[in-house]
Design a binder for this molecule. Structure first.
Ligand SMILES: *Cc1c(COP(=O)(O)O)cnc(C)c1O
Length: 351
């Protein structure tokens, strides 16, 4: 033990992001990025940037960007918090809404960052195990200060019905952060719950549907008092000038985002159909990835064999609940044909 470092920090494991190999010939299907280009308006705004503006601090409260987001969701700027990726939004929720002796809830499996954020703040974790079909049944008398409800869920790709989420929220005494990182790929979403309830925030990110994981921009929508509390405690300049500009034009260009989403949803269906033909279990996806259980060889073996072919998917091997599955991001159609060819060859060749 090092007496200089907080005990809780020494005890915790850090978050391990998916690997980011650089290289031309890698088919990268492991971190749910978008394979298509962001809005062309992003290129335009970057070429118009006046570097003199970079000498000044950015707008600390992202006024123009929040106006654009508020317009998109039909609410006021006061209902929008903007952060350095939705990861920052999640971290600030714990700091704003959970007392030292409070607790953070989430489903298991879901986004593996939640328990780590709770560990960082040294607050109690109250995970709720999903059942065998990755649905939920809340334990009697369950309570938590804050619940992270991922919908559609990752890594399972399933969407919980709006009706289920609504009744969860109504019966819950704390704050519910509905993490809708993948909602643009889904049939429905719960944005209206955020604007109708005092204890619900809905988080979105530009990392997936807007093809902008590189700029780090996430936001949440909800009750102005909750949003105001988050503004009190954030870093003074948590979103830089370039990110504010890029995000604003990307949000205003809904057509490009929707066209990219459409392409991914079509490819998703094609890949899911083909994998089912090969005997794989494919969970019905409402996201930009598939959660699949291979047939004929283990998930771990297939992961390793694909890797040898420079095709990188995600494997969560250290958990009983996830070790038989792979999470496969939907890339471009050519990338997915390469993936399917490799899978077919490996499955055909037996174990
Ligand atoms: C990708 C993802 C995020 C992170 O979004 P960023 O804006 O890139 O930080 C948050 N939640 C879930 C469930 C995700 O899959």
């Amino acid at each position: 033990m090092n007496g200089l470092i907080r005990k809780s920090v020494q005890a915790m494991a850090g978050y391990v992001p998916g690997e980011q190999p650089r290289g031309e010939d890698v088919v990268k299907l492991n971190t749910n990025e978008n394979p298509y280009l962001p809005s062309a308006d992003v290129q335009d705004i970057l070429s118009m940037v006046d570097i003199a503006a970079l000498a000044r601090y950015p707008d600390p409260v992202c006024t123009e960007l929040r106006k654009a987001i508020a317009q998109l969701h039909g609410c006021e700027m006061e209902n929008i918090f903007v952060g350095n990726g939705s990861d920052e939004v999640l971290a600030l929720c714990i700091r704003a809404f959970v007392e030292r002796d409070g607790s953070v809830g989430f489903f298991d499996p879901s986004y593996s960052l939640y328990p780590i954020l709770a560990d960082i703040e040294d607050v109690e974790k109250r995970p709720v195990a999903l059942d065998a079909d990755f649905g939920w049944q809340m334990p009697a008398d369950y309570a938590a200060s804050l619940f992270f409800l991922t919908n559609p869920n990752a890594p399972t790709s399933l969407q919980y019905s709006r009706a289920n989420v609504e009744s969860f929220v109504e019966g819950f005494g704390g704050v519910v952060l509905i993490d809708e990182a993948y909602a643009d790929f889904a049939k429905e979403n719960c944005m209206d719950l955020a604007l109708a309830s005092g204890n619900v925030l809905v988080a979105r990110t530009l990392s997936k549907s807007y093809s902008l994981a590189g700029i780090r921009l996430g936001y949440c929508v909800g009750d102005a008092e909750l949003v105001g509390a988050m503004y009190k405690i954030k870093d003074s300049y948590n979103v830089d000038y370039l990110t504010q500009e890029i995000a604003r034009v990307a949000i205003l260009d809904q057509d490009t985002m929707k066209a990219n989403v459409q392409a991914i949803v079509e490819t998703r269906k094609l890949v899911a159909d083909k994998l089912r033909e090969l005997g794989f279990e494919v969970v019905p996806s409402e996201t930009n990835f598939l959660w699949v259980k291979p047939q004929g060889l283990s998930a771990e073996h297939l992961f390793g064999e694909l890797r040898k072919k420079n095709i990188i998917v995600r494997y969560f091997g250290d958990d009983e609940r996830t070790k038989d599955y792979l999470r496969v991001t939907i890339g471009t159609a050519p990338e997915m044909f390469q993936f399917l060819d490799a899978v077919e060859e490996l499955v055909g060749g037996g174990k």
